[in-house]
Design a protein around this ligand. Structure first.
Ligand code: AKG
Ligand code: FE2
Length: 306
């Protein structure tokens, strides 16, 4: 048994039967593993290549330069800042976050200006393009999932087009000799958002906790995406689509950097995560909450907000 691979082309260019099959496979993959691997996803391979190159360039800048670009939920977050919700040890990672640009009609407080490094002029164009491409792909995936929840296929569109989604450009440096005992690159956690589209890392380390309690490596070629369901989708679906615990372990071979780029797809802050009628079953497992309230609570729990 391993995480299933799905081709998005069979959905995007397929007939009704092929689309229904894709929806079934996506739903089953998320229910059985919380993860699928997505091939033929429409994000150009040369854009992924450029993103890896620009990412390595920026993280190679001196620490003091990078720290000038620390601005909360945008720009740089230094090594050792974030920790998993249930961990006291810091994750061994640094990252750069890119959000949706502010636009008329969107609440300004949710869309602070992006922060771009002057030392790497191509970074902005590359990551703006990657944000848009992953946003498009994520919307297609949600439109494929909607019918499985008895929803119209465009149900998620307006919720995520104004969403507070984040593209997180991640660098796990070689594990330092003085890292706290027990600290790992990314401690066991569940993602907060609806779905995550992860540009597959070039190095091993990602593992999911399967339904039997076994850690299973999640690996694919760098040109594919890895998709997982987060807590907001779990909440909306009353657990019908669970979020899956995962982690990034420290290297066992050469102690080298690892780069990855998760795109956390969030709804707009005012979207209710109250359980969908089709998922009520014997009753709602969680009280209603808005996406904005849920996110604020989790950001406090992981050390990214006060
Ligand atoms: O780096 C990875 O492969 C996964 C990162 C991750 O799970 C996260 O940032 O939420
Ligand atoms: Fe994650």
């Amino acid at each position: 048994m391993s995480v299933p691979t799905l081709s998005l082309r069979t959905f995007a260019a397929g007939d009704a039967a092929a689309r229904a099959r894709f929806s079934d496979d996506l739903m089953r993959g998320l229910q059985d593993y919380g993860f699928i691997i997505l091939a033929d996803h429409g994000v150009p391979e040369d854009l992924l290549g450029a993103a890896y190159a620009r990412s390595a360039e920026v993280f190679a800048l001196p620490e003091a330069v990078k720290r000038r670009y620390a601005a909360g939920m945008r720009g740089y977050t230094p090594f050792g800042t974030e920790h998993a919700k249930d961990s006291t040890l810091p994750d061994l990672k640094e990252f750069w976050q890119i959000g949706r640009d502010a636009a008329p009609g969107l609440p300004a407080e949710d869309f602070p200006p992006n922060v771009w490094p002057a030392e790497a002029p191509a970074f902005q164009a590359t990551f703006s393009a990657l944000f848009d491409a992953l946003d498009r792909t994520g919307r297609i995936l949600l439109s494929a999932l909607a019918p499985k929840l008895d929803l119209p296929s465009d149900y998620f569109d307006d919720k995520v087009s104004a969403g507070t989604s984040i593209l997180r450009v991640l660098h796990y440096p070689p594990v330092p000799g003085d890292a706290p005992a027990g600290a790992v690159r990314s401690a066991a956690h569940e993602d907060i958002n609806f779905i995550t589209l992860l540009v597959a890392a070039k190095g091993a380390g990602l593992q999911l906790l399967d339904r039997d309690g076994t850690w299973l490596p999640v690996e694919t070629e760098p040109r594919n995406l890895i998709v997982d369901s987060g807590d907001m989708l779990q909440r909306l679906t009353n657990g019908v689509i669970p979020s899956t615990t995962h982690r990034v372990v420290n290297p066992v071979g050469p102690n080298v950097s690892r780069y990855s780029m998760p795109f956390f797809m969030h709804p707009a802050s005012d979207v209710s995560l109250e359980c969908l009628p089709s998922c009520r079953g014997d009753g709602a497992r969680w009280p209603p909450i808005t996406a904005g309230e849920f996110l604020a609570e989790r950001l406090r729990e992981i050390g990214l907000a006060k």
